[in-house]
Design a protein around this ligand. Sequence first.
Ligand SMILES: Cc1ncc(COP(=O)(O)O)c(C=O)c1O
Length: 383
Amino acid sequence: MKNFEVYFYNLLKKIIKKKTGLHEPVFINKDFNYVKSCIKSSYVSTRGKFTNKFEKEISKITKSKYIVATNSGTSGLELALRTVGIKDNYEVLVPALTFVASVNSIKFCNAVPHFVDSETSDLGIDVLKLNEYLKKNTFKKKNFLYNKISGRRIFAIMPVHIFGMPCNIIGIQKIAKKFNLKVVEDATEALGSKFKGKQMGTFGDIGVLSFNANKIITTGGGGALIIKNKKDYNKALHLSTTAKVRHKWRLQHRNIGWNIRMPALNASLGYSKLRNFSKILIKKRNLAFRYRQLFKNTSLSFFEEKKNVKSNFWLNTIILKDDQVKFRKKILDYCNLKGIECRPAWNLISEMKIYKKNPKSNLDNAIRLQKKIINIPSGLNLF
Ligand SMILES: Cc1ncc(COP(=O)(O)O)c(C=O)c1O
């Protein structure tokens, strides 16, 4: 088709009536009131009451007892890896098709990202392919898994729920059990996404959320760990607060710790947003429904949920057909020029110079998928 980009843009215009970013945050009066009340209290940093209140709301939404809020999803992922016991030179399996922060968090721990391929139907790790790959390329010693080529221990796997779409988390759990791997679930894009009614981020040993400005709800910048047991909770909380020994006045630190707990000022905004979360989620799913209807009888395919899965549709995604891939650049150029921000998926992280020599499986699906994805505006400012 000639002028495919114009066709694409005109379709979007049926829903999008004004210039828009990909996922703009929206604020309501209540948000201002909670932030104001935090400022008035003068406790704007991590000792303020809103950090705990925010964690309690996450706890309710995710039905998880132990939550530690952090100042970003990236710091949250690093903290999660440290909490489950990562050591220097351990390898962590991670999809090549993800945001760079998933991979960097591994590197921050002096560990080694080991790239694996993606599954076309949900964009998450391709579990069947991974199973075959691990059978061929690893060995077990004293019940631990090792990479045959590098000789390093493969310690963990980091599944990512791309654009909010749940990956095959049950398959990941099976792999983790079979090969004795820890699971740190990158659910940064997936607050409100579920598998069989259970929140993503609650399946792994630890799951991590993000509240960056572009996420389904924002705290300006922020993250949270969803933790399974008290021991890990205590460790994560301790490490995130300079490893300070709890005492009324003594200033003593037990370890090298980080200062990455979410400040109350950020949490006050998040608290307000979370109290409204069920309504936000309904609106997000409504928008996805409208897009689905829009693309229904067209040659474009809207990226859909599989059985038993509910996505938060953080981003709505179009997967171009093979013969449409050639139009992608023009579509992106045209829509962005006209003020409707559309984006491709990330370039594969395994292609970055710093990660080029890292271990990796065959990445054919990820390479193909990367060329086909267009994310379209998905914020609630569209209502
Ligand atoms: C897949 C993925 N992982 C990690 C992060 C890092 O989160 P943050 O931006 O809160 O540091 C993000 C979000 O930006 C993300 O999309």
